[in-house]
Design a binder for this molecule. Structure first.
Ligand code: CP
Length: 306
């Protein structure tokens, strides 16, 4: 495995997280450079994406590199039955860095085992989405002025939502208090609650998205119910609209509260929230560009602050 790969948020330390935030801030102030001159990056998306793929590709372009890849695996030879191993080995012949999204949990880790080229996990099944976590951390730090001692409420699909799993793990360095708001079917999996217990992270579980929960939060992190992870579509239909944030629900929220969502949203946040100054999800997605510029430089061993 190339040590600069980013497969899980667990691969990076507290100091590296803080350094990536500093570098993201640098890129927000200076988005264009030639740091990737001569470098080629592959974006291999075996699952659909708008933000992650386009922001990674924009990041490479803004750093002066070039991009190859596919956004639809049915146009690649995997549709003819080529294995993931062979695909990764082939692509490694052509590029300096691989960014990959795959529906199978562990696919990115596996990719690192068959290539010496660094791999960035752009989402593997319900497992991890570490670049999303870096942009979430950057967004939290920007809006709260700190990552320390915050109360963060995670709402919706906590079972399959890889973004909440990665965020939970990254926040262990910063003394958070979590609220998990989900229905019985989509509760935070036991392994992540055990992680909290081991790391001394406080959390409470709720089935009701109550005013008490909303009005004592610094961050509300809404998530989409992930239809693509359900084997029984009736189960999805039962739970898909259980939690919707409306503007009137924010009337007594803390001044510093910000509403995040990794997007895409379906019905989790009503459109009347969009003009509330506490809504931050579109800026959050914009921050993805700067966070991903920082992640790409780390993967290629480039220090933009030198
Ligand atoms: N947040 C996120 O991963 O969005 P996309 O699926 O559009 O990449």
């Amino acid at each position: 495995m190339n040590n600069n790969s980013l497969v899980s948020i667990d691969d990076i330390s507290r100091d590296e997280i803080l350094q990536l935030i500093r570098v993201a801030r640098h890129f927000e102030e200076n988005p264009n450079s030639r740091l990737l001159d001569g470098k080629v990056v592959a974006t291999l998306f075996f699952e659909p994406s708008t933000r992650t793929r386009l922001s990674f590709e924009t990041a490479v372009n803004r750093l002066g590199g070039r991009v190859i890849g596919f956004s639809d695996a049915s146009t690649s030879s995997s549709a003819k039955g080529e294995t993931l191993k062979d695909t990764i080995k082939m692509v490694s012949n052509y590029v300096d860095l691989i960014v990959m999204r795959h529906h199978l949990e562990g696919a990115a880790r596996y990719a690192t085992e068959v290539t010496d080229v660094p791999v960035i996990n752009a989402g593997d099944g319900a497992n991890q989405h570490p670049s999303q976590t870096m942009l979430d951390l950057y967004s939290i730090e920007k809006t709260q002025g700190t990552l320390e001692n915050l109360t963060i409420t995670l709402v919706g699909d906590l079972k399959y939502g890889r973004t909440v799993h990665s965020l939970l793990m990254a926040m262990r360095y910063f003394n958070p208090t979590f609220r998990f708001v989900a229905c019985e079917e989509l509760r935070m999996p036991r392994e992540y609650k055990e992680f909290c217990d081991r790391e001394g992270i406080r959390y409470t579980e709720h089935t009701e998205f109550s005013p008490e929960v909303i009005n004592t939060s610094d961050i509300i992190y809404m998530t989409r119910v992930q239809r693509e992870r359900f084997t029984d579509i009736m189960e999805y239909e039962k739970v898909k609209n259980l939690y919707t944030l409306r503007n009137d629900m924010l009337a007594d929220a803390r001044q510093n509260l910000r509403v995040l969502h990794p997007l895409p949203r379906i019905n989790e946040i009503s459109q009347d929230v969009d003009d509330n100054p506490k809504a931050y999800y579109f800026e959050q997605a914009r921050n993805g560009l700067f966070a991903r510029q920082a992640i790409i430089c780390r993967a290629l061993g480039i220090d933009p602050l030198k």
